[in-house]
Design a protein around this ligand. Sequence first.
Ligand code: AR6
Length: 525
Amino acid sequence: MGEQEVHWRGSPLSSLTTLSSTNLNLPSVSPSPTHTVMVKLPLSTSGPALPHPTSYTDVWDQHHVRMPCSPRSQYPLSKNSDVIVSRWSVICQALCRDMSSVEDFQKVVLEYNTRYASKWKFRGLQYLLERELEEEESEHFFHNTLPAIASLALRLPQLVTQAPPLLTKHTTHSVTFSQLQIASLLANAFFCTFPRRNAKGSETEYASYPDINFNRLFFHKEKRALEKLKCIINYFRRITIKEPTGNVTFTRQHISTSDLPSWLSCTNHLPRLHVDTVGLIEEAEGLLQVDFANKFLGGGVLGLGCVQEEIRFVLSPELLISRLFTQVLDNTEALIITGVEQFNSGNGYSSTFIWGGSCQDTTPRDLWGRRLCQVTAIDALHFTKQPQIQYRESFIKRELNKAYAGFRVLDKSTGAPIAVATGNWGCGAFRGNPRLKALIQLAACAYVGRDLAYFTFGDEKLRDDLVTMYIFLKENNVTVGALVQVLNQHGARGWGDGSDFFQYIYHSLRAYDSDTDSETTTTTK
Ligand code: AR6
């Protein structure tokens, strides 16, 4: 029997603290001024949670999602007409039409988006349905899935009976939806019904929010865009055949200036570390899984983007709904999502990404019907133009604070802090140095008392370098404060491309060590 090569180093993954029925490291779902619960509590014992309030109550203001079904959303009866009607009535009529081709679908969508008649082209969707899928699959889409998405979209006022609050800059707020409510909202995104979300330009009302209507996704014909569409269509196929019954909580966590860590004076020691060349963040069951986010959540998921965040969003499409209500993230904020389900598997990455088929998620649920899966979206700085500036103290501090915002245990969580599952955060599209980012994430984990599982995405040298550095830091009892200090000292030199970065740390901590040794010797003499 050949010896199997061990692909990981450090502590075994199984030794790290995870979410489980005996460690519900989550806050409960209970309505409060900082938690909007869109479903009725206590939860019904079978089927999807009922909406709260019982019937649709309209709100139409700048603090809430502008709902497509609001009577205040109005529309001219026809082009150049002075007669104004409710836009939802136009949507209802349009969505009831027969749609047996992509042209029919596009016509429907344009009935309440006439302004975009010459701009929106659904050629990607057309290519997928007419050229890429088997005839049978395509027929199934037009006969079954598309009408089911339309009726789910039309159930919006029965399912989502209040306008969700916007999770705005510099606030900490949670919102809990049923998976069925998310599905109905996403069905509306599919039919591009959200008002005021299409206009571009810095002066528009939603300039600081990501796009939510799916029109852009239907445009691109590139392979990866088609594969992402397959994931989304599979999600709708699944949830329209069998309604999902759970719930999901989205929490925007904002850390105020007075609450930010004093990194340099932190005496915490480094937590346990698992470093793995095999495995992906989304496969780390029960850990706090990092989304390498864009400050506009989801990044290019509705366009051509197809790296870690975009892939994660199409594997678990419920994540997409965060785009509806999450304002652009600022430096000390993160979005933490509890309870999403994975509907798709994927293979490949970026231009080689392909839909890997439907996936049955068997993750257990908590008392509020949330899958025991927590994702934290943190956007790194992008150093695409000048990678050398990432070593500056101010940028290191920004990344430490961002990681802290994403890793800090949510208020009122019970149980023990679960480990973080991460990897080369900010080091792909955003060109950061993985060695620096690993130490930053390690310091943030140490500060909040979480262990760390680091997935190097196949990079063995990085794994070995990280573990060697970690052992060195542990042997020298290096605290968070001492680690951050040496990172800052390295940055203060103001030069270098990071190639000597670890050497510098070894060198200066050894020197520091021998300095303190000699001091001790002097004083004891
Ligand atoms: N598990 C572990 N590691 C991974 C995984 C995975 N599933 N996927 C990728 N990696 P990137 P960024 C590794 O470029 O630099 C998006 O458009 C792999 O080594 O996604 O923070 C966002 O919306 C990869 O090179 O993250 C932002 O706009 C590295 O992680 C932007 O990209 C970084 O992945 C963020 O870019």
